[in-house]
Each structure stands twice: as structure tokens, then as C-alpha cells.
Design a protein around this ligand. Structure first.
Ligand code: WT7
Length: 655
């Protein structure tokens, strides 16, 4: 293993020059083939976005496209619309009425297909249910569900009545759920009796009950019966808890949609940052819908006959934008799959592609690297000839994985779009256009038309060719409008590094001679583990919360499959001894506090952490140790011996 890595890295470097123009058959049918779209959008970005906006349905038109008072933007000012009308009603009026909107498959193999008409009726019914439980326009609704159609239905039902949804990924812990409910003061929670993951029940209601002990704002809980009799009976609290299917039986099929202002909040989605507390990213209605609609249409070259599968969980922004809002606003057929890619076998994804004739497949590099590791026999066993376009998102994709994906999944017919964006950006911002861009494996290529991205130095100088911080220099419709309940943090976090009109992404990147962007990972204390964003401070607070821990420092190290792994350096309280038992106890403690995605891969007990004379932990050195690299400058250390001891220890405990 150890001696393979340098060879792979060298191979990657040698491949950096390889270029992949759009396969000819793809190009010939692609909707966007004219390079002039970039220049046109650059000349008049507002007009460009307004073009897409006018393809949506509005109750009343906007009076101006953009009102920009840095760092606060309002898009489609004065316009009114409803997201659920755009995702459902307008398709029901025409030829898409009986088209499949959602093709769903549960992990155990159960299947359901909902047409646009089905979706329309169920969204309206559930909107009526929400109203009957006292939810009003502007109220926050928390959603903690497995990947079932009811998740999309619940989101759209909220949108229909003007309630703001806050989806919490089902893999988050009870405490994480509690904190998110409380931050938004949600009045209703939608959960399920459970879900399936790798053949195991995920006991969502049980976790929710734990959270609900300390969520005073919650008045009602709706429980989706996903498991029925296959799980232990769930606790139903009289007067507060209600079964989804029973409420739906009573509900009317018609529900007048609310007329929402373009700038009314559509949802809150929490994401990790550089502090111990996740941020509630706020997205509004008009701009967000325009951004997700436009990018789904162009980046994925979407056609009416496509079967679109984005494998992300809806609990992340990728699922919000490219399982729900973007594809449904386009009237597409989406595939949703509840479970793991290797359950019951390592060809589950390819089996699904074959069964439903998936044409567009969008997944994360961490999954692609796992497929590579599992070997080509798994995709080879299935008929993948329906695929015509592949996408990647969530973290930098190494050229080796890009080429493997192109060859062994796409059969060298399908362009690969490496799409860069963030929870905050709402929709894809740096990406190839598949009928137009000659791709370089490992590069997300160019900003989407209408988007202005640059590389800046620490001093704020623009770098034409070379590395630095990735910034955005113009507002875009689906940009975040704020951090829920924390207006100052919105300004300081994103718009204060230089002037208030420059958005700081938190990513390092370089730009090459062709103007292509190469993403290099986060430059702040945020990790990207298997495509999921984890704040090192959050993991540190979880560790320090354990009664035996005195201090903790968490850093990322590279990991073959997950991109990054979590390495925790821990000092224990006086008289406490480290050991295997305590090590797994600490890992479990983090899982209990945050969720399984944050479980540390390595826990290294140490008597001291490397600190500067002023007491600041030197994470850079810890990162070097965790990576097994030569150490950088150690002259500012208060006690240089700490490092030598740690290095020795890491080699003993680490791989
Ligand atoms: C961070 C955002 C929005 C997608 C899911 C993650 C990293 C995302 C790429 C890419 C290199 C990428 C960045 C970004 N990232 N896509 N194609 N190439 N890096 O959303 O949790 O908000 O994380 O993911 O570091 O800042 P998120």
C-alpha cells in the first residue's frame, strides 16, 4: 500500500495535461454548444438570469432583477411565485401530468413511482395537513427523515404554504437535531419510525424522542410509517405525535398555494463552519429556484426523456438542489434510493441504473474512489448503456478517479462534469458545460455563465494564473441571504476578508493558462470527509465534553477513499490513562454528540499539544504529523520536545 501512493501521485501529475473534449455523439445532441453563451452572460448577467427566471411561473413579475447593496442582495425584486407550483402544478397542466416525477427504491428493495399528478395531490394534501396542525406562513418546520418520497413531499408542502423547512440529515445525532430545532425555533417536526441503512434499522423516532426532551418550540410531530411492523413499535405521545398516513386520509387534494415574495425564505440548511456551532444557511424563493433550475438544465443538458439520478441524501444541499428543486422545476424524472451503494452487493448503484435506465448520474468522488477499489467487475456486470452524462460533486476529484469514472462507468461516451459549489452558493457555480467544454480531469473548469470567480492573494490582488483563495466577485441568484438568527456572522464570515462585495469561499484554488479552476480544498478549519463538511471545532467541543478529556485538537489527514479523515489529538485530565477502551469511548462520544459522519478515524493521546508561546495550538504541525510529512518551521513552539514525542506516538498508533 505504502509504496503505491507515490506512483499514483506521479501518474496523476502526468495526466494533468490530458484533455477530454465532449464525445461527438453527445455534443451533437447537446442543448448548449455555443461558446458565445459565456460572453453574452458576462455582458449582461442580470439579463442572462432574467431569461431563466422568465421560464418559471410567477404570480406577478419582478420590477428589477437585482438590488445589490453589498453584501446584501435581493433578486427579482417585487416578483411573487411559489416553489411548489413551479415544481409540481405547472407540469400537471400539460403533457407531464402522468410522467414519473419520482422513482423511489428503498434499501430492502421496495419500490414506488409517483407521477407528477400523484406528487401534486400528495403535496397539496400534506400542505393541508400542516395547516391543520397550525403551521402558518413563516413558521419553521424541521424534517428528520430517511430518503423516502415523503421527504420531498414535505419540503414542497412547506413551500406551498410559505413555511420554512429545515431538513436535518438522518445520520445526525439526537443532540444535533435538538440544536437545529432550537436554533430555528421550529414548531413542527416530521420524522419516521425509521429507515434502512446496510440492512440495519435507523431508529429515527427514537432519536427524535431524545431530541424532543429539550425542544420547547415543537408543538406537533408527524411520523411517517416507513418500517411498519418490521421495527419495534415507536412511542407515540398523545396530543403531540400523529401518523402521517392517518392525517393524509383526511386531507383534501386541493390547496391554494401562497403567493410568496421572491425574497421570502424557502429554507434553512445547517452546515459546519469554523466555530463549534453550525450555521443555518438561509435560501430564499425566487433566486434559489432560478439558480437550481438554470444549472440543472444546462450543466446536465437535461431533456424531457432523461432519468436523472443524484445519489446525495436530501439532508445535504446537493439533495435539496439536485434531487428536489432543480430537477422538479424542470419537470424531470428523478431517481431516489434510500440506502448504501454496497447493499446487498457492490453493484447496487449499477443495478439501479440498469433497472430504471438512468441517463444522468451525479455522485461524489468518495463514492467513485470506493467503486475503483471494489473493481471494474461490478459496473461490468450491469447494462450501463442508458447513461449519457456523469457528474461529480462535493470535493476535489483526483484525475485518476475522474478517468476511471469516465472509462468504466461512462464507457467513454459520457462527459464528466466536475461541479464546484457550496451549501451557501445554493447551486453549481464552477463546472463544465458538457456539450461545450473540453475537460481536464481534476479541474472543475470554468465559472457557469453569469458567474464571476477569481483567485485572490491574501492581500486581495487578483491572480490571473496561479494559486490563492477562490472568491466570487458578483452576486448570483441562488446565493445565501444570511445565517439564520446571526446577521453579523453572515458579514464577517463571507464578506469581510477584503471589500464587502467580494465573497470568500473558504477554498483554495489555482487558475491555469486556459482560465480553468483547480480546487485545492479548504483553507479554513473545515474538513471535507467523504464529501461532508465537518468543522474541526465541533469535533473538538464534542471531545472536550467527555469527562476525561482536558483538551483536544482535530485536524484532517488525507484518506484514500474519503478524501480526508479526522485525526484527533487528545490530552486527558490529570491521572486518567489513555488506552483502546477510552479511545473507542471517545469515538462513540463524538458520534453521540454529532453523528457517525464525524467519528474520528484516529485518536492520539498525548501529554501535551504543540503550542506557541502565546498558547495557540499549532495545527499546521499536527497536520504534518498526521500526514507523516516532514515538519515545517517549529521555532515558534513553546516546547519543541512535544513534537518529537507526538511523531513517535503517531507512528505507533496510526497506520
Ligand atoms: C465545499 C462545500 C455543494 C456540494 C456539496 C458540498 C468542496 C464541493 C467541489 C468540487 C472541489 C468541492 C469545497 C466547498 N467542494 N464541490 N467539485 N471540487 N471541491 O457542499 O458541504 O457546503 O461543502 O465542498 O471545499 O467549499 P458543502
Amino acid at each position: 500500500m505504502a509504496d503505491q501512493k507515490p506512483a499514483a501521485e506521479i501518474a496523476d501529475l502526468l495526466q494533468e495535461d490530458r484533455t477530454f473534449p465532449p464525445p461527438e455523439a453527445f455534443r451533437a445532441q447537446a442543448s448548449v454548444r455555443d461558446e458565445a453563451v459565456y460572453a453574452r452572460a458576462a455582458r449582461d448577467p442580470e439579463g442572462f438570469w432574467a431569461g431563466f427566471a422568465s421560464e418559471l411561473e410567477w404570480f406577478s413579475p419582478w420590477t428589477s432583477v437585482l438590488d445589490w447593496k453589498p453584501p446584501h442582495a435581493r433578486w427579482f425584486v417585487g416578483g411573487t411565485l411559489n416553489a411548489s407550483v413551479n415544481c409540481v402544478d405547472r407540469h400537471v397542466r400539460g403533457a407531464r401530468r402522468n410522467k414519473a416525477a419520482i422513482i423511489w427504491e428503498g434499501e430492502p428493495g421496495d419500490r414506488r413511482t409517483l407521477t407528477y399528478f400523484d406528487l401534486y395531490r400528495q403535496v397539496s394534501q400534506f400542505a393541508n395537513v400542516l395547516t391543520s396542525l397550525g403551521v402558518r406562513r413563516g413558521d419553521r418546520v424541521a424534517i428528520y427523515l430517511p430518503l423516502v418520497p415523503e421527504l420531498a413531499i414535505a419540503m414542497l408542502a412547506c413551500a406551498r404554504i410559505g413555511a420554512i423547512h429545515s431538513v436535518v440529515f438522518g445520520g445526525f445525532s439526537a443532540e444535533s437535531l435538538r440544536d437545529r430545532i432550537n436554533d430555528a425555533a421550529a414548531t413542527l417536526l416530521i420524522t419516521a419510525d425509521g429507515g434502512w441503512r446496510r440492512g440495519q434499522v435507523v431508529p429515527l423516532k427514537q432519536m427524535a424522542d431524545e431530541a424532543l426532551k429539550e425542544t420547547p418550540s415543537i408543538k406537533n410531530v408527524v411520523i411517517v410509517a416507513r418500517l411498519h411492523d418490521s421495527a419495534a413499535p415507536v412511542h407515540v405521545k398523545e396530543g403531540r405525535d400523529h401518523w402521517y398516513h392517518l392525517l393524509m386520509q383526511e386531507a383534501s387534494y386541493t390547496c391554494e398555494p401562497e403567493r410568496m415574495d421572491a425574497e421570502d425564505m424557502l429554507y434553512i440548511l445547517y452546515t459546519s463552519g469554523t466555530t463549534g456551532k453550525p450555521k443555518g444557511i438561509v435560501h430564499t424563493t425566487g433566486g434559489y429556484l432560478v439558480g437550481t433550475y438554470a444549472t440543472t438544465k444546462w450543466v446536465f443538458d437535461l431533456k424531457d426523456e432523461d432519468v436523472f439520478w443524484c445519489t446525495a441524501d436530501i439532508g445535504w444541499v446537493t439533495g435539496h438542489s439536485y434531487v428536489v428543486y432543480g430537477p422538479l422545476a424542470n419537470g424531470a424524472t428523478v431517481v431516489m434510493y434510500e440506502g448504501a451503494p454496497d447493499w446487498p452487493q457492490r453493484d447496487r448503484f449499477w443495478e439501479i441504473v440498469e433497472r430504471y435506465g438512468v441517463t444522468i448520474f451525479y455522485t461524489a468522488p468518495t463514492a467513485i474512489r470506493a467503486f475503483m477499489r471494489w473493481g471494474t467487475e461490478w459496473p461490468r456486470r450491469r447494462d450501463l448503456s442508458s447513461l449519457r452524462l456523469l457528474g461529480s460533486v462535493g470535493e476535489p476529484i483526483n484525475p485518476e478517479a475522474w478517468v476511471w469514472y469516465y472509462r468504466h462507468v461512462g464507457g467513454e461516451r459520457c462527459p464528466v462534469v466536475d461541479t464546484w459549489w457550496q451549501t451557501e452558493t445554493g447551486s453549481i457555480l464552477i463546472t463544465p458545460l458538457p456539450g461545450l467544454t473540453t475537460c481536464k480531469p481534476g479541474s472543475a473548469t470554468r465559472p457557469f455563465p453569469g458567474i464571476s470567480a477569481e483567485i485572490r492573494t491574501d492581500q486581495g490582488e487578483t491572480v490571473e494564473v496561479g494559486g490563492g483563495f477562490l472568491v466570487l466577485t458578483r452576486p448570483w441568484p441562488s446565493m445565501l441571504r444570511g445565517i439564520y438568527g446571526d446577521p453579523d456572522r453572515y458579514v464577517t464570515q463571507y464578506w469581510s476578508r477584503w471589500t464587502p462585495d467580494i465573497y470568500f469561499t473558504g477554498d483554495g484554488a489555482k487558475r491555469d493558462r486556459d482560465g480553468f479552476f483547480w480546487l485545492l480544498g479548504r483553507v479554513d478549519d473545515v474538513l471535507n470527509v467523504a464529501g461532508h463538511r465537518i468543522g474541526t471545532m465541533e469535533v473538538e467541543s464534542a471531545l472536550v465534553d467527555h469527562p476525561r478529556v482536558a483538551e483536544a485538537a482535530v485536524v484532517g489527514r488525507s484518506h484514500e477513499i474519503k478524501g480526508q479523515a479526522v485525526a484527533a489529538f487528545v490530552t486527558l485530565k490529570e491521572g486518567v490513562q489513555g488506552g483502546d477502551v477510552l479511545m473507542s469511548e471517545l469515538k462513540d462520544h463524538v458520534v453521540r454528540k454529532i453523528g457517525a459522519i464525524a467519528r474520528p478515524d484516529d485518536v492520539i493521546f498525548t501529554a501535551d499539544l504543540p503550542k506557541t508561546r502565546s498558547g495557540k495550538i499549532m495545527r499546521r504541525l499536527l497536520r504534518d504529523i498526521a500526514e507523516g510529512k516532514a515538519l515545517g518551521d517549529t521555532t515558534t513552539l513553546a516546547d519543541p520536545n512535544v513534537i518529537a514525542r507526538l511523531k513517535e506516538q503517531y507512528q505507533e498508533t496510526g497506520e
